[in-house]
Design a binder for this molecule. Sequence first.
Ligand SMILES: [Zn+2]
Length: 49
Amino acid sequence: MIMFKRKCSICTKKTTKSLRREYVTDLGKKIIVCLQCAEYAEKRAFRKA
Ligand SMILES: [Zn+2]
């Protein structure tokens, strides 16, 4: 069975379903961001997916 372990796009730490957010970059790329990096993502003005 394949587990989809999604890592934070910023710090590359593993994220869990309840502890991550999805954002869309300026380039329209969907990224996964952990809560710790969410603040950084907000500053970078990534849109919430
Ligand atoms: Zn992170």
